[in-house]
Design a protein around this ligand. Structure first.
Ligand code: ADP
Ligand code: MG
Length: 242
């Protein structure tokens, strides 16, 4: 659960866009093998927080550390090389390339680099993990929506991240796909991966997260187990006010 070593920590992480404080003085730790839910109403700063962690955005103030080493001054590419990988709220794949080629890109450019046949074999293992190995040679443009999400996840996994950031990976799935998607993330959790899960689906939060950090208008308003935070009156108020 939450007793292992700290992998990632945010201290006073703040991001301003002009006068708007999108992320305000965020403090939290992520422990090894933990699934941390980052939840909150729309516009509360969840994606911006992931952007700060992945280096897509630089914090206006504060520090983000990976195993005690500050990383917030590094480029996004350097942070990815150190083992922080993310999926995007809107899937970003190369539609004219095959499923295998897209996943292989993760194996080639990621934290642990592989080349040639080794990269292919590794990409195939990741496709099997997400249940898509039989579509390896399909073009991404031919896939269903959930399958594009599986490809994106396999691509990110191919980089062997130390910390996996999932931004509403379950959004837009139908009820059957949602069940499959939750089962897939559960499998990653059971493998002992360290994950920050930005999510709106309450069933997913309850069944997948060890702990949750709740944001509202950029600020952390609660932290605890899913049961604790989802019954917190301030959290309920923040969601109802959305
Ligand atoms: P969430 O992911 O929780 O829905 P976001 O992190 O996307 O929220 O956004 C938090 C706030 O920051 C919102 O008010 C949003 O409009 C604003 N915001 C996000 N990205 C930018 C940006 N690049 N420029 C200006 N404002 C932004
Ligand atoms: Mg978002």
């Amino acid at each position: 659960m939450t007793t292992g070593p700290t992998v990632l920590s945010l201290r006073g992480a703040t991001k301003r866009f002009g006068g708007l404080v999108a992320v305000n003085d965020m403090d939290f730790d992520v422990t090894e093998h933990e699934v941390l839910g980052l939840i909150g109403p729309n516009g509360s700063g969840k994606s911006t927080t992931l952007n700060l962690i992945s280096g897509a955005l630089k914090p206006t103030e504060g520090t983000i550390s990976l195993r005690g080493t500050p990383i917030s001054h590094l480029s996004a590419a350097d942070i990815a090389r150190r083992g922080i990988a993310r999926t995007f709220q809107l899937v970003r794949l190369l539609p004219s390339m095959t499923v295998l080629e897209n996943v292989r890109a993760g194996a080639v450019f990621g934290h642990r680099r592989r080349w040639g046949a080794e990269a292919d074999a590794h990409a195939m293992r990741m496709l099997a993990l997400v249940g898509l190995d039989r579509r390896a040679n399909a073009h991404v443009g031919e896939l269903t929506y959930i399958d594009t999400k599986r490809v994106e996840l396999a691509r990110v996994l191919a980089s062997e991240p130390k910390v996996l950031l999932l931004d509403e990976w379950l959004a837009g799935l139908n009820p059957t796909e949602l069940e499959e998607g939750i089962a897939l993330i559960k499998r990653l959790r059971d493998e002992g991966r360290t994950i920050i899960l930005v999510e709106h689906v309450m069933d997913a939060i309850r069944s997948l997260c060890d702990r949750c950090v709740v944001m509202s208008t950029g600020t952390k308003i609660a932290e605890g187990t899913p049961e604790e935070v989802l019954s917190d009156p301030e959290v309920i108020r923040a969601y109802l006010g959305d």
